[in-house]
Write a protein that binds this ligand. Structure first.
Ligand code: SAH
Ligand code: SF4
Length: 424
């Protein structure tokens, strides 16, 4: 007899894998669409509730399969309508997901890994080290849960939204997904690809490719093979206009420098059937990458690279000495790019009353790399030194300012300029 652990989790099966599952049971592939609809559209997790499937077949399904979701352990609701959930995954770690409602759309920021191995210098997830890749069920389960929870709160689907000029009714509260939660999605490639296919599958969530965005720090070999698996939208975490600075901020740049990254991203975009451009994400850190000269250099770097630019003022957290730039320096930076002809957006802070402002997703990661301990030790040692030499230093860390953790939630383009041709 099959044990509980060995049972196949139907929650994590993409359409082709669900079809293969039914073929293996000696059944017709159309059962796959039926089952996907029950799980993802009607929110059913009990095979017995699938009433258009005969009882004997349901019994057969139950003997080898089940529907298993990650657990939601905490829930936070902001006065502005944003929500944050802590999700416990099978490895024992917890990750976070955040929902941000806006006029005409509701965006869910989803995690792909518990922790991250890449250790970008400004990112709290990276400081926690790496624990595990999320399974397909744990990734798509975040979308499943968010839709259920939001419907339970009475959050209505976005009234009407226009897709390629055609108005349509979005059936569920979440209309957009960004893979901008914890982890590097392209380092959990197969699972993320299957989860994306469910997000965009008509029998499941039916989200348009324009409304599902992968954010990557630049895993070039994975971007190179992306087009064979998906046509989702792409956001690239650039954060610096030259390799020297980017090597410091985004260490994977030492392996895949900017030129290779942009070449690889162009290759993906050119393979898409429609004219979409990638979003260049640029976290602005005071005194590090936010000088006017950096903006000018960025404008030159990207002049032959069609894109939109999203500026994200750095959100501080307790293990980082970096600071958020002033709003005038953000607006100067933006202005330089705008004058050079770029479409520039600036993320604004949302949901800070629930610790879900644009910044950091942390969860609780059972670090396999010991990195989190090293950072904590270094922070302790630093604190000791400071006390010893009586250095009076005001560090604007999240813990000092607000006494709470930050979450990276604000993944939305807020301030949109009219597109113009770059003129640098
Ligand atoms: N690993 C992927 C996706 C998760 S990070 C990636 O790096 O793209 C998603 C975005 O969160 C990154 O682009 C980065 O800009 C942003 N981010 C990380 N730490 C931040 C911080 N402290 N303040 C503001 N944005 C941050
Ligand atoms: Fe990982 Fe992205 Fe954080 Fe870098 S910014 S450490 S790639 S989650």
């Amino acid at each position: 007899m099959t044990t509980r652990e060995a049972k196949i989790n139907l929650m994590g099966l993409s359409l082709p894998k669900m079809q293969a599952f039914f073929l293996e049971l000696g059944e017709k592939p159309f059962r796959a669409s039926q089952t996907l609809k029950w799980i993802h559209q009607r929110g059913v997790t009990d095979i017995d509730a699938m009433t258009d499937i005969s009882k004997p077949l349901r019994e057969k399904m139950k003997s080898v399969a089940e529907i298993r979701l990650p657990q939601i352990t905490q829930e936070f609701r902001s006065a502005d309508g944003s929500c944050k959930w802590i999700v416990q995954v099978e490895s024992g770690s917890s990750v976070e997901m955040v929902f941000i409602p806006e006029a005409g759309r509701g965006t869910l920021c989803i995690s792909s890994q518990a922790g991250c191995s890449l250790d970008c210098s400004f990112c709290a997830t990276g400081k926690q080290g790496f624990n595990s890749n999320l399974t397909v069920a744990e990734i798509i389960g975040q979308l499943w849960w968010a839709n259920q929870k939001l419907a339970g709160f009475g959050v209505k689907p976005a009234q009407e939204w226009s897709e390629d000029g055609k108005p349509a009714q979005n059936p569920r509260p979440v209309s957009n997904v960004v893979m901008m939660g914890m982890g590097e999605p392209l380092l959990n490639f197969e699972n993320v690809m299957d989860a994306l296919s469910l997000m965009m599958e008509d029998q499941a969530y039916g989200l348009s490719k324009r409304r599902v965005t992968i954010s990557t720090s630049g895993v070039v070999p994975a971007i190179d093979r992306l087009k064979d698996f998906t046509d989702a939208s792409l956001a690239v975490s650039l954060h610096a206009p030259n390799d020297e600075l980017r090597n410091e901020l985004v260490p994977i740049n030492k392996k895949y420098p900017i030129k290779e990254l942009l070449r690889s991203v162009s290759g993906y975009m050119e393979g898409l059937s429609d004219r979409r451009v990638p979003v260049i994400e640029y976290t602005l850190i005071a005194g590090v990458n936010d000088h006017r000269q950096h903006a000018r250099e960025l404008a030159v770097l990207l002049k032959d690279f069609p894109c939109k630019i999203n500026l994200i003022p750095f959100n501080p957290f307790s293990l980082s000495d970096y600071r958020r730039p002033s709003s005038s320096s953000v607006s100067n930076f933006r202005q330089i790019l705008h004058e050079a002809g770029y479409t520039v957006t600036v993320r604004t802070t949302r949901a800070d009353d629930i610790g879900a402002a644009c910044g950091q997703l942390v969860g609780e990661v059972g670090d396999n790399t010991r990195r989190s301990q090293r950072y904590r030790d270094a922070a302790e040692a630093q604190k000791g030194n400071e006390q010893e030499f009586a250095v009076e230093q005001r560090s604007e860390t999240a813990a000092e300012v607000t006494g709470k953790r930050f979450s990276r939630a604000d993944n939305l383009a807020i301030e949109i300029d009219r597109p113009r041709r770059p003129s640098v």
